[in-house]
Structures are given as structure tokens and as C-alpha cells.
Design a protein around this ligand. Structure first.
Ligand code: GNR
Ligand code: NI
Length: 176
């Protein structure tokens, strides 16, 4: 097990489109374990492989209060979606920035477990938000892409300034 470094906006590697997993092997299991460890260490509710610079269709999440409900999705697909909801999102790759995003209220996701077996699950509320946010990462997309270009530029400048000042500032929550 090991922590992995999380790429931050506007790193161009976050724009990479992930490839499907073909080998459900020990290196996949290790990637999933490392992603869980990194997600829990950073107090995130989800993490996409793209964020740790691995461009495979792998995401993990745990939206439970107790942080005891790990789920991994390999090669996820949304096979049905319904309704809309708006949620104020954050992202470990855009630290300290929060903005409202509209997404489907309910999704049915088909995916593989890390051992290769398939499953389908119905998600709603925050779990539906999270899986859609993570699947966007796998497509090279970030929640700030839903903002106007002017607001996205504000986000970029704020993160650049925070980094110059030693990253402390980036942790101050800012709603855009
Ligand atoms: O930890 C996270 N919280 C969160 C809150 C609202 C909507 C989406 C998320 S996902 C985010 C972790 C992350 O960046 N995953 O890619
Ligand atoms: Ni994110």
C-alpha cells in the first residue's frame, strides 16, 4: 500500500482520456488499494485514477459518514439516468474551490469489481453526484469546466496564488 500524489488543475495530464482496464490482475488490485488509501488520507469521498496519473477506467468512492463503505468501479458505464439535482461540489484536484453543478439525480451504473466480476448498482443523491464527478475525471473533464470561462480563470489564478504562497491559502474554502 502506498499513497499516490494527486494532480492539480490546470495540470494538462488531468485532460487525458482513460483507457478501459483489460487485465484484472495484481497491479490493478494494488492501484485500487493505493487509491483507497489516498482517498481516505485526503478525506475525499471519491477518487478517479486520472487524478493519480494512471489513465485507466478505475474509480473508488465512499460517501458514508463512518468511512467504512469502500466501493471500486472498474470500466464503469451509466446505463440509465433520471432527474436532475444541484450539489455544491469540490475536488481534490481543485483544492479549496466549491461550486454548484447540475447532474442526474439517479443513475444505474454497470461496472466490474477488481476481480473482473460484473455488477450493476442504482445510486442517488450524493453517491450519484460522486460517481458522475469521477466518471468525468476518466473522460478528462473537471467540475470547473461547467463554470463560465471567467470563473474558471478566477479559479486558476486563485490556485496559482495559493501555490506561490505555499498552498495554505488553497485550503481556505471558496465558493465560486
Ligand atoms: O471529496 C470530494 N468531495 C466531493 C464533494 C461534492 C461532489 C464531488 C466530490 S468528489 C471529491 C473528491 C474528488 O475530487 N474526486 O474526484
Ligand atoms: Ni474530483
Amino acid at each position: 500500500m502506498a499513497l499516490r500524489e494527486i494532480l492539480e488543475f490546470p495540470d494538462p495530464r488531468l485532460r487525458t482520456e482513460a483507457r478501459p482496464v483489460e487485465d484484472f490482475d495484481a497491479s490493478l488490485a494494488e492501484l485500487v488499494e493505493d487509491m483507497f488509501e489516498t482517498m481516505y488520507e485526503e478525506s475525499g469521498i471519491g477518487l478517479a485514477a486520472t487524478q493519480v496519473n494512471v489513465h485507466l477506467r478505475v474509480l473508488v468512492m465512499d460517501t458514508s459518514e463512518e468511512r467504512n463503505r469502500p466501493r471500486a468501479f472498474i470500466n464503469p458505464e451509466i446505463v440509465e439516468s433520471d432527474g436532475t439535482q444541484v450539489y455544491e461540489e469540490g475536488c481534490l484536484s481543485v483544492p479549496g474551490i466549491y461550486a454548484k453543478v447540475e447532474r442526474a439525480e439517479k443513475v444505474r451504473v454497470r461496472a466490474h469489481h477488481p476481480d473482473g466480476s460484473t455488477f450493476e448498482v442504482d445510486l442517488d443523491g450524493l453517491e450519484a453526484v460522486c460517481v458522475q464527478h469521477e466518471m468525468d475525471h476518466l473522460a478528462g473533464k473537471l467540475f470547473v469546466d461547467y463554470l463560465s470561462p471567467l470563473k474558471r480563470q478566477m479559479v486558476r489564478k486563485r490556485l496559482e496564488k495559493a501555490r506561490r504562497q505555499g498552498a495554505v491559502d488553497a485550503r481556505t474554502p471558496t465558493a465560486i
